[in-house]
Design a protein around this ligand. Structure first.
Ligand code: CTP
Length: 150
């Protein structure tokens, strides 16, 4: 039984996450995912739209994922790998080189990210849309006031 382990925040679950999880599940028999908790994210200076329980529920509903556990700090990975009997540790290549120190315990490698999508990008897109809508509403209100005054 070959177990693969990976970690991430997985906010606003998107196709980049699905592609990664699908590819990882094809590398072995069992895929386990450490999902960053809200308190670990705030330590990293990261805020999420969905709280941990919802991000975890989305991961658990994904057919490629066999088990989800909380990622609460940077130091837990060795204990997780041992507990889960993982033989392969894989992350997207935005993390390339960052976890090579685990290679005495597990095979470590990084796979290419899906281009042009990230949770941050979705949040930026929604923020821009929100700002555009605000400007549009302000313009409509100004026009209405002008009409009422004339
Ligand atoms: N990932 C990927 N392709 C993407 C986005 C993410 O392969 N387009 C991978 C990351 O490399 C990581 C995992 O998905 O191994 C979880 O990444 P996460 O940081 O939660 O997702 P992002 O969308 O990159 O979120 P953010 O923009 O907040 O960093």
């Amino acid at each position: 039984m070959k177990t693969i382990i990976t970690y991430g925040t997985f906010d606003l679950f998107h196709v980049g996450h699905i592609n990664l999880l699908k590819r990882l599940s094809e590398l072995g028999d069992r895929l386990v995912v450490g999902c960053s908790t809200d308190s670990f994210n705030s330590l990293k200076g990261k805020t999420t739209v969905y709280p941990y329980e919802q991000r975890k529920a989305l991961l658990e509903a994904c057919r490629y994922v066999d088990n989800v556990f909380p990622e609460e700090n940077w130091e837990q990975k060795r204990a997780d790998i041992t507990r889960e009997k993982a033989t392969l540790f894989v992350m997207g290549d935005d993390w390339a080189g960052k976890f090579d120190n685990l290679s005495d315990l597990v095979e470590v490698f990084y796979i290419p990210r899906t281009p042009d999508i990230s949770s941050t990008e979705v949040k930026t897109y929604l923020k821009v849309r929100d700002e555009e809508k605000t400007v549009e509403i302000k313009n409509l209100l100004s026009r209405a006031i002008e009409l009422l005054e004339s």
